[in-house]
Design a protein around this ligand. Structure first.
Ligand SMILES: Nc1ncnc2c1ncn2[C@@H]1O[C@H](COP(=O)(O)OP(=O)(O)OP(=O)(O)O)[C@@H](O)[C@H]1O
Ligand SMILES: [Mg+2]
Length: 257
C-alpha cells in the first residue's frame, strides 16, 4: 500500500483578476520533500498560481489543499503560519529599512527572541551578505544581493514549503550558482520547494518534478527529467526566441560550473 500523500494539491483552480480567468482549471499534486519546478511561457499564469498558494489571490473556483487542509480563503498571514513562505517575483524588501531589520521581519510570527537570534545566526552564516551589509538600507543593495536577503528572510520562519517566483532573475553567474546551491541546501534541510523558473532547462535539472503551465492549465507534468526530455516540450514551450535564449544561457551555465 502506498502512503504517498501530496503536500500541496490543486483541484480545479480557476482564478483571475476580474478581466477573465487566468487560471483555467489547474489540477496538480505536489509531492512532499522534493523540488517542483513550474515552467511556461510569459503570461501563462505561473505567478498567478503561486499567488493563490500564498493567499494573495483567492481563486474563483476550486480548492488548494496543504497537507490535506483546504487553504482557499485563508489570509496570507494564516498561510504563513501553516508553514508556506513565498519569495515573490518582484523585489519585496523594505528599501528604507536595514538589511538586518528586513531579515528579522521574516520572523515576525516567532515570539521567542532566543529562537529568532538562533535563526538570525544561521542565516548570517548561510548568506554572508546579511552580516556584511547588516546596517545598510536594503534599497542600497544590488538586485542580486536583495534576492539573497529575501532568501535569508524567508528562512527565518523555518517554512515547510518555500515558494520561489523566478529566483534566478537578474543574477550574475556566481550569484546564480549560490542561489541554485541554496535551493538544494534548503531542500536537503527538509524544506519542500515550489519554484517558477524562466530558464526551463536549468530549473528542471535542479528539480525532482516538473510542471509545464500553458494558458492557465497544466499541459505536462512528471519528474524533472521526464519533462525536460519530453519531445512535446519543444513545441509547447521552447519556441524560436526562447530556444535561442536558452541555448545561450545553457552554455553560460556550463562555462560556470
Ligand atoms: N495584478 C494583475 N491584474 C490584472 N491582470 C494581471 C495581474 N497580474 C497578472 N495579470 C495577468 O494575468 C496573466 C498571467 O500573468 P502571470 O503574471 O501569472 O504570468 P506568468 O506566467 O508569471 O508570466 P511571466 O513569465 O512573465 O512572469 C497575464 O495576462 C497578466 O496580464
Ligand atoms: Mg511570473
Amino acid at each position: 500500500m502506498t502512503t504517498w500523500a501530496p503536500l500541496l494539491r490543486f483541484e480545479g483552480v480557476i482564478a483571475g483578476y476580474g478581466g477573465g480567468d487566468v487560471l483555467k482549471g489547474v489540477n496538480y499534486s505536489m509531492e512532499e520533500g522534493g523540488v517542483t519546478c513550474i515552467v511556461g511561457p510569459n503570461g501563462s499564469g505561473k505567478s498567478t498560481l503561486l499567488k493563490t498558494v500564498s493567499g494573495l489571490l483567492r481563486p474563483r473556483l476550486g480548492q488548494i489543499f496543504f497537507k490535506g487542509e483546504p487553504i482557499v480563503g485563508r489570509s496570507p498571514r494564516e498561510i504563513l503560519k501553516l508553514g508556506i513562505v513565498q519569495v515573490p517575483q518582484q523585489h519585496s524588501l523594505f528599501r528604507e529599512m536595514t538589511v538586518h531589520e528586513n531579515v528579522e521581519l521574516g520572523a515576525f510570527l516567532v515570539k521567542d527572541r532566543s529562537v529568532v537570534a538562533e535563526r538570525m545566526a544561521m542565516v548570517r552564516e548561510m548568506f554572508p551578505i546579511v552580516a556584511e551589509r547588516a546596517k545598510d538600507k536594503a534599497g542600497s543593495l544590488s538586485g542580486g544581493q536583495q534576492r539573497l536577503v529575501e532568501f535569508a528572510r524567508c528562512l527565518m520562519l523555518e517554512p515547510e514549503l518555500v515558494v520561489l517566483d523566478e529566483p534566478s532573475m537578474g543574477l550574475d553567474p556566481k550569484t546564480l550558482r549560490i542561489m541554485l546551491d541554496t535551493v538544494k541546501m534548503m531542500n536537503s534541510m527538509g524544506r519542500s520547494i515550489l519554484l517558477v523558473e524562466q530558464n526551463a532547462r536549468q530549473g528542471l535539472k535542479l528539480s525532482s518534478h516538473g510542471v509545464v503551465l500553458e494558458n492557465g492549465q497544466v499541459r505536462l507534468s512528471g519528474t524533472g527529467d521526464e519533462v525536460l526530455n519530453n519531445p512535446d516540450i519543444a513545441a509547447l514551450y521552447l519556441g524560436g526566441s526562447v530556444r535561442a535564449k536558452m541555448a545561450a544561457s545553457t552554455s553560460e551555465v556550463k562555462e560556470n560550473t
